[in-house]
Design a protein around this ligand. Structure first.
Ligand SMILES: CC(C)(COP(=O)(O)OP(=O)(O)OC[C@H]1O[C@@H](n2cnc3c(N)ncnc32)[C@H](O)[C@@H]1OP(=O)(O)O)[C@@H](O)C(=O)NCCC(=O)NCCS
Length: 200
């Protein structure tokens, strides 16, 4: 476990986590352009309005305050390196040679951590990957002196809202008709880091 070392400017770092139905060793590292084909396979199966390849390129190359990350499965329940659940979770290994099981992106906007994407491969869900991504983002943001974290979620996305509530986020506003595909409202959620360093 490497404290203080999550982010594109720190190179490749191994972090381990356990979640879901058994021990699952995950590694978090900065997303690279070479990961985008694998990321897109997950993205298009996860959202009715998926980000485009160009959007991910922009996050990696053009937005200096963006911190896109991927979680790879280093070792599964059976002790072998590889994808989370029988067969490849995403159709093949990513740039790092291991299966990407999830990814996330956040923006460091002054003292605010704004989380723009948290996604787990459908085959790897409910095994703690989402928690791993959230925990590591929030730890990194706290180290960088963030005082609050914000995000938006579809009102109907119970899984995501429950994940975020588990990290202390609460709804603070509603953006009416925010999503153009179905006019659904967006919940704006906020979490304030506790000054005593508790929580993440
Ligand atoms: C939301 C998402 C990231 C959760 O990832 P995950 O790896 O399955 O989540 P975890 O296994 O770490 O579960 C963490 C918590 O999330 C909540 N959760 C996850 N899936 C859930 C589901 N299907 N129903 C209800 N709660 C759920 C639970 O609170 C869970 O905690 P618990 O296991 O103690 O009950 C995943 O479902 C996903 O990628 N969905 C599609 C993309 C998306 O909607 N992203 C969020 C955009 S705002």
């Amino acid at each position: 476990m490497s404290e203080g070392a999550v982010g594109p400017d720190r190179g490749k770092i191994e972090i381990f986590a356990y979640g879901g139905g058994g021990p699952m060793r995950l590694r978090l590292r900065p997303m690279r352009v070479g990961d985008i084909p694998e990321v897109m396979k997950i993205e298009v199966r996860s959202f009715s309005l998926p980000w485009t390849e160009d959007a991910f390129v922009r996050e990696i190359e053009k937005i200096p305050f963006s911190r896109p990350l991927v979680a790879e499965e280093v070792e599964g329940r059976n002790g072998r390196a590889g994808p989370a659940v029988g067969g490849s979770a995403t159709g093949g290994p990513a740039a790092g040679g291991l299966a990407i099981v999830g990814y996330a992106c956040w923006w460091e906007v002054k003292d605010e951590c704004h989380i723009t994407n948290v996604t787990v491969s459908p085959e790897a869900r409910r095994r703690g990957v989402g928690k791993f991504l959230m925990r590591e983002i929030l730890k990194d943001a706290r180290r960088r002196d963030a005082v609050r974290a914000t995000l938006e979620a579809r009102n109907s996305n119970g899984a995501a809202v429950s994940l975020y509530e588990g990290f202390g986020f609460s709804p603070v506003a509603m953006r009416k008709g925010y999503y153009p595909d179905n006019g659904e409202d967006a919940l704006v959620m906020l979490m304030e880091f506790s000054p005593d360093g508790g929580g993440v």
